[in-house]
Ligand binder design. Structure first.
Ligand code: NAP
Ligand code: GDD
Length: 346
């Protein structure tokens, strides 16, 4: 019998990589998409087949803010594994929509866990929660499973609730529930307003057209960036363990946002020159101003330094990343340039 997986957040970056990974492993994959005014399935369109034909991939309308839809989908699909990747996942936006962020990101997790319990699926259904290094927030790096949580945004706070409700349902009801505490991971599928994708998109455009300017916020914040393709493997591995547990997933290498800009420029063979300091720091390419700092991109409260210690996952899951930051940047650049060229020929 094929295993059945249900992915909340199938239309997002990680959802699309995980769906492809599980299909390759011969799973039947079900995903939950929310209704939107224009079609939001572009990341999984390449694996979607007419449901009237034989397929291993199904999409269902649902929403984490709607308990009934959550309960009904789980009741219908009766999955062996549920991956909760759905969230209002933008840290900065969570300051604008804090209540909504809590509803989706925190209470949404409770809705799934409680559906598993209510439907008496504890023995059948395993649960994965997409935890985050944002939960560590202001805690000193390097951060691991023993580091205290000190979130610095409504998003980070909501994820701390999701983490502990997952632990609680595991202990209270014996559900196989695990928390992956994943550090930043990126890819060509990354949302356009996260900093790596924003940088790659802008610099590739400047490189190909000679036009445009990139505005950034705090270029000195430090992140531990990996590739989403590597990180979904860790999610699956956690779900195959004998006992549910929580794991930090990271590369163990840290770079500033400015380092990432320089890496992308190097890959593109663009020689840029940085001048000035603070809000007046700027970068020039062929004597033209291409990067400026804009106060509006600074966070209300910032997470300055994330660096993961993933020794537990490396030992117990035998997981390690294949990509480094250069190969990640390269992958993102290649797909971006391809998309620019395809648009030109349309
Ligand atoms: P993403 O690209 O923003 O995807 C989020 C997914 O959640 C999308 O499919 C989105 O649907 C869906 N969603 C949002 N609100 C929903 C709702 N009310 N009901 C149902 N679905 C909803 O995020 P990602 O980068 O793939 O990350 C996946 C998960 O890992 C998220 O929970 C994120 O917080 C967490 N995480 C991410 C990272 C990272 O660096 N990428 C690190 C640690 C943890 P639409 O497509 O319709 O918007
Ligand atoms: N988005 C953005 N846009 N960030 C900028 C910009 C800008 O123009 N300029 C500087 N930054 C800085 C942010 O202040 C932050 O310190 C860093 O770049 C990374 O920002 P994001 O790419 O938006 O990611 P994030 O670290 O806030 O959150 C991501 O990673 C988390 C894991 O640590 C998201 O994917 C979260 O969902 C995830 O949990």
């Amino acid at each position: 019998m094929k295993k059945i997986a249900l992915i909340f957040g199938i239309t997002g970056q990680d959802g699309s990589y995980l769906a492809k990974y599980l299909l390759k492993k011969n799973y039947v994959v079900h995903g939950v998409k929310r209704r939107s005014s224009s079609i939001n399935t572009s990341r999984v369109d390449d694996i979607y087949l007419d449901p009237h034909k034989k397929t291993n991939f199904y999409l269902h309308y649902g929403d984490l803010t709607d308990s009934l839809s959550v309960l009904n989908i789980i009741k219908k699909v009766k999955p062996n594994e549920i991956y909760n990747l759905a969230a209002q996942s933008h840290v900065s936006v969570s300051f604008n929509v804090p209540e909504y962020t809590a509803n989706v990101t925190a209470i949404g997790t409770l809705r799934i866990l409680d559906a598993i319990f209510t439907l008496n699926l504890q023995k059948k259904t395993k649960f994965y929660q997409a935890g985050t290094s944002e939960m560590f927030g202001a805690s000193k790096p390097p951060q691991n499973e023993k580091t205290n949580f000190y979130p610095r945004s409504p998003y980070g706070v909501a994820k701390v609730y999701a983490h502990w409700i997952t632990v609680n349902y595991r202990e209270a009801y014996n559900i196989f529930a695990c928390n992956g505490i994943l550090f930043n991971h990126e890819s060509p599928m990354r949302g356009e307003t996260f900093v790596t994708r924003k940088i790659v998109m802008a610099l590739c455009r400047i490189y190909t057209s000679g036009k445009g300017r990139l505005y950034l916020g705090n270029i000195y914040s430090k992140r531990d960036w990996g590739h989403a393709e590597d990180y979904v493997v860790a999610m699956w591995k956690m779900m195959q363990q004998k006992k549910p547990n929580d794991y930090v997933i990271s590369t163990g290498k840290q770079y500033t946002v400015k380092n990432f800009v320089n890496i992308v420029c190097k890959e593109l063979k663009m020689k840029i020159v940085w001048k000035g300091r603070g809000l007046n720091e700027k970068a020039y390419y062929k004597n033209k101003l291409i990067i400026s700092i804009d106060k509006k991109y600074f966070r209300t409260t910032e997470v300055n330094s994330l660096l993961g210690d993933s020794r537990k996952a490396r030992k117990e899951l035998k997981w390690r990343p294949k990509h480094n930051l250069r190969s990640l940047a390269k992958d993102m650049i290649i797909k971006e340039i391809k998309a620019i060229n395809e648009n030109k020929t349309r």
